[in-house]
Design a protein around this ligand. Structure first.
Ligand code: IFM
Length: 477
């Protein structure tokens, strides 16, 4: 059930949007001269994807984009965040732009604009051309240079019409799941040796910012996924402002208490665990972007790949920080001898999505005010570039798809955004993840995040009740 109190107002000009990503919806992986991506390779390997699914057809958006833009127009969104598949533009990762690939995004952008919807384009949402992975992928510096060349090609064609460019989506997830743990493409298991994939993504971002600006891009940003960190230990629940980005503690100290004067050894160890996880997940991809260099507390930080001048490139000014939020992370001090400086602990006592993720709207408030507290005036205006939830939505015999849990989720999180804005955080927009049910990476088609249900056998789109709820919210006066 959503809150019965009226939803607070949002500032004039606030952007209401929805988001998707190329590999998750486009399908048509062999059409228009597209080359193979790391996700084509990975998904084809037995056992990698929960239901054995691949992105080969997905939502067939490549062929049905006009129908999907009509749905967006019906929804009333002012902006649509999509990603561009690098292997459509450079099928082998190098060389001149593929005309058919550019033409697809050209048509999509024009279709959006003809419906009054601003295009927000992400350049990299994890689908690296396989040929570049074969040369070392993001573990090599060369990929950062090539990313800038690709950004230039795309911007040459689209910079006159794209309202906001997002260079990278969630580089933390791509580094950790793709290069560290191997549960996402390209499936490498470097563990903490994956840090070069962080640095080269960030370097690629900085180089791409310069390329986009040179082509007259209207606005440029990057999207990180953030997770405020909560200590799960013995004691009563309190909020502790000491850990930045909305860190919360259950360790029994009062808010903002100085750990040096009030904490016992176990508590100090929990705080160290929290700070290490916060540095790895949240600060590693924000401190250098905002000119602070890499946080020393981040585990696995081997700065030997960082060359003179790199940090200046990475800290090129951006117009927007894209924030993705799904849930906080619980941590405590690790057992003696653990290779990790933290232990992850499930957060109990919250409703859960079908992904088993806890639903914690306050975490979004904590995160936003935490970013503001941590980076102060250096924090660019924020767009919430993703927020949403998976549930096992079904279309009933009456042809309707009711998803009251999603309505409650969105309602709660938007109230958290409104509260943060009220408290002085400059949030300019909100994009629901996702417009459509789609290919959820290692989970295949088993997780439905859409405002619109997709029947993958027939490609029938059925707007869920959350679609009507979001439309009413966008259109209220
Ligand atoms: O589906 C993903 C998306 O590609 C990146 N952010 C999180 C979403 C839900 O897991």
């Amino acid at each position: 059930m959503s809150d019965s109190a009226p939803m607070p107002g949002f500032p004039d000009g606030f952007t209401w949007g929805a988001a998707t990503a190329a590999y998750q919806i486009e399908g048509a992986t062999r059409d228009g001269g597209r080359g193979p991506s790391v996700w084509d390779t990975f998904a084809a390997q037995p056992g990698r994807i929960a239901d054995g699914g691949t992105g080969e057809v997905a939502c067939d958006h490549y062929h049905r984009y006009a129908e999907d833009v009509a749905l967006m127009a019906d929804l009333g969104i002012g902006a649509y965040r999509f990603s561009i598949a690098w292997p459509r533009i450079q099928p082998a990762g190098t060389g001149p732009a593929n005309a058919d690939g550019l033409a697809f995004y050209d048509r999509l952008v024009d279709e959006l604009l003809s419906h009054g919807i601003d295009p927000v384009a992400t350049l990299f949402h994890w689908d690296l051309p396989q040929a570049l992975e074969d040369r070392g992928g993001w573990l090599t510096r060369d990929t950062a240079q090539r990313f800038a060349g690709y950004a230039d090609m795309v911007a040459e064609r689209l910079a006159d019409r794209v309202r906001l460019w997002i260079t990278l989506n969630e580089p933390f997830v791509h580094m950790t799941f793709g290069y560290g743990l191997g549960v996402h493409a390209p499936g490498r298991t470097e563990m903490f040796g994956a840090f070069p994939a962080a640095h080269h993504q960030l370097l690629g971002h900085g180089l791409a910012v310069a390329a986009l600006r040179a082509r007259g891009a209207a606005a440029v940003g990057i999207t990180n996924n953030y997770s405020p960190v909560r200590i799960i230990g013995a004691g009563t629940t309190t909020t502790d402002t000491g850990g930045g980005a909305g860190a919360t503690s259950t360790s029994g100290t009062s808010a903002g208490a100085d750990p040096g004067t009030t904490s016992g050894g176990a508590e100090l160890a929990d705080r160290a665990a929290r700070d290490a996880y916060h540095a790895l997940h949240n600060r590693l991809f924000t401190d250098p972007l905002l000119g602070r260099g890499y946080p020393e507390q981040a585990p696995g930080l081997d700065l030997s790949v960082v060359r003179d001048g790199d940090l200046d490139v990475i800290a090129a000014p951006i117009d927007t920080l894209g924030v993705n939020y799904y849930n906080p992370t619980g941590v405590r001090a690790p057992e003696k001898g653990s290779p990790l400086p933290f232990e992850l602990v499930p957060l109990a006592g919250f409703p859960r999505t079908s992904f088993d993720w806890p639903v914690v709207p306050d975490g979004l408030y904590d995160l936003l005010v935490g970013l503001r507290r941590e980076y102060g005036a250096g924090l660019p205006p924020i767009q919430i570039t993703e927020n949403g939830c998976a549930y096992d939505d079904v279309v009933g015999p009456d042809g309707r798809c009711a998803d009251p849990e999603r309505i409650a989720y969105l309602d709660g999180h938007l109230r958290a955004v409104a509260r943060a804005i009220d408290d002085g955080v400059d949030v300019r927009g909100y994009f629901v993840w996702s417009l459509l049910d789609n290919f959820e990476w290692a989970e295949g088609y088993t997780k439905r995040f859409g405002l619109v249900h997709v029947d993958y056998a027939t490609q029938t789109r059925t707007p869920k009740s959350s679609f009507s709820w979001y439309r009413a919210l966008i259109n209220r006066r």
